[in-house]
Design a binder for this molecule. Structure first.
Ligand code: ADP
Ligand code: MG
Length: 331
C-alpha cells in the first residue's frame, strides 16, 4: 500500500473525492476553487463548524479510526439537529502529521462516508495540509430549514417544561471507562459506544421544529447544566432541574449500583451526550409524547423554566445539588 508521502496532497484529495458522492449539476463540489450549492426555495442556510484535535477531543488508541470518522460528522449533525434543520452539505479540513498511517485515514474516511450516507449529507469540499502536532479534523456543516421553523436557544418562557431526549451521562461514563483502560469488545460496549459513536438526533430535531411545539432547543454537548444554562442566558430566564427525573440508561444504572452514590455529575455535567434539550409549553406535552413515539426516541421532562435567572438542581432527597463544574470548557 502507498504511504501518505507517495500519495501527496492531491492524491489524498482524489481518494477523498472517490469515496463520497458529489453534488449533482448544476451544483459543484470538490475540484474547483469553491463549491456551488443551491438551497431550497424559502429556506435559510444553517451553518456550523467543529474542530476535533488529537489529544484534546480524541485519542486514536480508544477505538477504531472508523468511529472517529463517524463522530467527526455526528457532532456537527447534532448542531444542525438542534436548530431543527435538515443537513445538506459538509466541508472537511484535515491537518495530518507527516508519516501518519494511510490505513488510519482510510478507516476515518470510511466512517465519515457511512455517517454522511445515513444522513444524506454531501461532502462539497475542504482543505488538506500537514501538521506539526497531532491529527486535526475540522468539519463545517450546512443545513437548511424554513426560517419560521428554526429553533434557537432564545425563546424559552417561564412555565415551559424542560425536555431531554434519550439518556444522559452514558458518554461521560464511557469516557471515564476508556480513560481507565477499558476497550471495546466487552460488557461496557454500550457505554463506550455512546462516547465513541454518538447518534445525532437529526430526525427528532426536524420533527420537533416542523411540529412547531417547542420554544427553544439546544444539543447537549457540554452537559445538561451548561447547555440548559445557555438556553436560560439567551432567553433571559432560569430553570429548575430535578435529578430524580433524569433519564438514565440501564448500563448507567447498573454501574451506579456498584458505586457509593449515583454519579450525578456525569449525567448533568459530563458532556458529549449529543441529546437534544428543549423547552415547550405544558399544553404541548401530549403532542410531544406522540412525536417521541413516532421518532422512536424517549423524551423526558426533567424540570421547568423559571423567571429566576439561574439553573437550580434538586437532588432526589430534596436538597440542592452543588456541581463542582457545570460542564467542559477549554483553557
Ligand atoms: P486551494 O488551493 O484553493 O485551497 P485545494 O487544492 O486545497 O484548493 O483544493 C482543491 C479542491 O479539493 C477544492 O475543491 C477543495 O474544496 C477540495 N479539497 C481539499 N481538501 C479536501 C478535503 N480534505 N476534503 C474534501 N475536499 C477537499
Ligand atoms: Mg487548500
Amino acid at each position: 500500500m502507498k504511504g501518505l508521502a507517495e500519495l501527496g496532497e492531491f492524491g489524498l484529495i482524489d481518494q477523498i473525492r472517490a469515496r463520497f458522492p458529489q453534488p449533482a449539476a448544476p451544483e459543484l463540489g470538490i475540484g474547483d476553487d469553491a463549491a456551488l450549492l443551491s438551497s431550497s426555495a424559502g429556506c435559510q442556510v444553517v451553518v456550523s463548524t467543529d474542530l476535533l484535535a488529537e489529544g484534546v477531543h480524541f485519542d486514536l488508541g480508544f477505538g477504531p479510526a472508523r468511529l472517529l470518522g463517524r463522530k467527526s460528522l455526528a457532532v456537527n449533525l447534532s448542531d444542525i439537529a438542534s436548530m431543527g434543520a435538515i443537513p445538506r452539505w459538509f466541508f472537511l479540513s484535515l491537518a495530518i502529521p507527516a508519516g501518519f498511517p494511510l490505513a488510519t485515514i482510510e478507516g476515518f474516511l470510511d466512517g465519515l462516508a457511512e455517517q454522511a450516507a445515513t444522513h444524506g449529507c454531501v461532502l462539497a469540499g475542504g482543505d488538506t495540509c500537514s501538521s506539526k502536532g497531532g491529527l486535526t479534523v475540522s468539519v463545517t456543516i450546512m443545513g437548511e430549514q424554513q426560517p419560521d421553523l428554526i429553533l434557537k436557544r432564545s425563546g424559552a418562557q417561564p412555565g415551559d417544561e424542560v425536555w431531554v431526549s434519550g439518556t444522559l451521562g452514558d458518554s461521560a461514563l464511557g469516557l471515564k471507562l476508556l480513560m481507565e483502560g477499558v476497550r471495546l469488545g466487552g460488557a461496557h460496549d454500550p457505554l463506550l459506544l455512546r462516547q465513541l459513536d454518538p447518534a445525532p438526533r437529526c430526525d427528532l430535531g426536524q420533527r420537533l421544529a416542523e411540529a412547531g411545539l417547542a420554544h427553544a432547543m439546544i444539543d447537549i454537548s457540554d452537559g445538561l447544566l451548561a447547555d440548559l444554562g445557555h438556553i436560560c442566558e439567551q432567553s433571559g430566564c432560569g430553570a429548575e432541574v430535578t435529578l430524580s427525573q433524569l433519564p438514565l440508561s440501564t448500563p448507567f444504572k447498573a454501574y451506579a449500583a456498584g458505586q457509593p452514590g449515583v454519579p450525578w455529575h456525569l449525567a448533568i455535567s459530563g458532556g458529549e451526550d449529543y441529546e437534544l434539550c428543549f423547552t415547550a409549553p405544558r399544553c404541548n406535552h401530549a403532542a410531544i409524547q406522540k412525536i417521541s413515539k413516532t421518532a422512536g426516541i424517549p423524551l423526558t421532562v426533567v424540570g421547568k423554566v423559571t423567571d429566576s435567572g439561574q439553573v437550580k438542581t434538586t437532588l432526589p432527597d430534596g436538597t440542592i445539588f452543588k456541581p463542582s463544574a457545570s460542564g467542559y470548557t477549554h483553557f
